[in-house]
Design a protein around this ligand. Structure first.
Ligand code: FCB
Length: 476
């Protein structure tokens, strides 16, 4: 008889002492009360009315009704042990139509922040999570340079009221989505398909970011100012194939370097500028803009869901059996025509996104080595999470094993980066609650807390319970 030795008990992996555990949401995805207390349409309210733009014609009119339930939601965060909460303010609530200041809208965020502080939860505020006032879109939206200045004005209004209580300020969430996906791909509001407009939007978003950093820094040098980018690792399917290498370069260029280079180096990457030549981008960038955009920041937020595995030869897109409503994965970026996504054969989430935690370790190392490290800027993972088709058991509980292992695997990937010397200061799981997942409506559930949209009941899933344990022990 052979005796198998018992597995060595695995030593717990602990998190750095000041590492912050949190969860993230965004205004339009959870608040509801879309036309209450003076709020007017944002581009998402209008986009949701376009037939076919959002599945089941879902919208954020009620969403998770967080506008009325914020106190209970904060109590829930406290029960879970969250140390920080990343949320966004809605421009259309604070300055409806991009115009006059709306005291009632501001009062909501003021109460929310008070509630968080009372429970010892650090507010981590994002000023723009995609919900531009529709009135500003009608004046050209982000393709209009003036929107960058209106953004700085709105940011100052929010700071007037919350500046005494909020330290962590993020200008933009994922400008890639707010420009390329929205103004070129047409998949997000405002649903435009216009290459020069998308490129201009990207630049004006970055300009708005820089203007806000300058304004808030001037008001209070002690604030922690930053931006959140959706970054990725782009790997060539065949690293010996020049076409595949170029596909990976172009994807890296549009997702990562197009945003990181102006912020950290004060210039757009030459190769990407060559890729997009002929779209009028040269005339959009005015003298002095890059100096504003590269105004030093304190924190870089990294949103990571999965990497890209790309080739110059057809792959996934050609073989997919996805329903027609599920658009094939393609890039809205003008210079990425002829880039094909391939399968790595990894497990996938309900979004058909690869579960690829090692990509997060590589990404954090690279961003630290090439950008944030030399600038002395801290990194936080401001979004990471997974949608799964949750099953509610007879007792009402949700045993979301896949999400639980997604969470622990990615926290492990962060610790791998920390072990390699990357100073990661925090992690925000996306999302606290199941919520309105943009073009997917309520079909895709990312929450560690289930939301029953009929009753608005909140139920922490097994992943929430596991996260809570990890936070309590500060160890995996
Ligand atoms: C990110 C968004 C966030 C959420 C997740 C799944 O791109 O910032 O609002 O939709 O994806």
């Amino acid at each position: 008889m052979t005796i198998t030795p018992a597995a060595e008990p695995r030593a717990a992996r602990t998190f750095p002492q000041d590492f912050l555990f949190g969860a993230a949401t965004a205004a339009y995805q959870i608040e509801g009360a879309a036309h209450e207390d003076g709020r007017t349409d944002s581009i998402w309210d209008v986009f949701c009315r376009v037939p076919g733009a959002v599945v089941h014609a879902d919208n954020g009119e009620v969403a998770c009704d967080h506008y009325h339930r914020y106190a209970d939601d904060v109590a829930l965060m406290a029960d879970l042990g969250l140390q920080t909460y990343r949320f966004s303010t809605s421009w259309s609530r604070v300055r409806p139509d991009g115009g006059q200041v709306n005291k009632q809208g501001l009062a909501f965020y003021s109460k929310l922040v008070d509630q968080l502080l009372e429970k010892n939860i650090k507010p981590w505020l994002t000023l723009y999570h995609w919900d531009l006032p529709q009135a500003l879109e009608e004046k050209g939206g982000w393709a209009n340079r003036d929107t960058a200045y209106r953004f700085a004005e709105y940011a100052a209004t929010v700071h007037d009221v919350l500046g005494d209580r909020v330290d962590a300020w993020t200008t933009l969430n994922e400008p890639w989505c707010a420009s390329f996906l929205s103004y070129i791909g047409g998949e997000h509001a405002p649903g435009r398909q216009d290459v020069p407009a998308g490129l201009a939007a990207a630049h004006h978003l970055l300009l708005g970011h820089g203007l806000v950093v300058q304004e808030l820094r001037k008001r209070d040098p002690a604030l922690q100012l930053g931006i959140t980018l959706n970054l990725t690792v782009a790997d060539p399917v065949n690293p010996d194939d020049a076409g595949d290498l170029d596909a990976a370069r172009r994807i890296d260029g549009q997702f990562n370097r197009f945003f990181l280079d102006p912020i950290f180096r004060g210039r757009y990457p030459e190769d990407v500028l060559r890729d997009v030549a002929g779209n009028g981008f040269e005339t959009v960038v005015q003298p002095g803009d890059l100096g504003i955009i590269s105004t030093p920041i304190d924190a870089l937020g990294v949103n990571y869901y999965h990497g890209e595995f790309v080739s110059a030869k057809p792959g996934l897109q050609e073989t997919t059996t996805a329903a027609p409503s599920e658009r094939p994965k393609r890039s809205p970026f003008p210079a990425a025509d002829g880039v094909y996504w391939h399968s790595r054969g990894l497990p996938q989430t309900a979004m058909d996104w690869d579960v690829q935690p090692e990509g997060l370790t590589r990404l954090l190392r690279r961003v630290h080595d090439e950008y944030s490290g030399p600038a002395g800027v801290a990194i936080a993972v401001t979004e990471n999470g997974a949608a799964y088709d949750d099953v509610v058991l007879a007792d009402g509980s949700v045993d979301d094993v896949d999400r639980r292992s997604f969470l622990t695997a990615h926290l492990g990937a962060i610790l791998d980066a920390v072990d390699d010397g990357v100073p990661v200061t925090g992690y925000f799981y996306w999302s606290l609650l199941d919520n309105f997942e943009w073009a997917w409506g309520y079909d895709k559930r990312f929450g560690i807390v289930r939301v029953d949209y009929e009753t608005q009941a909140r139920t922490p899933k097994a992943s929430a319970i596991e996260y809570s344990r990890i936070i309590g022990e500060r160890a995996l």
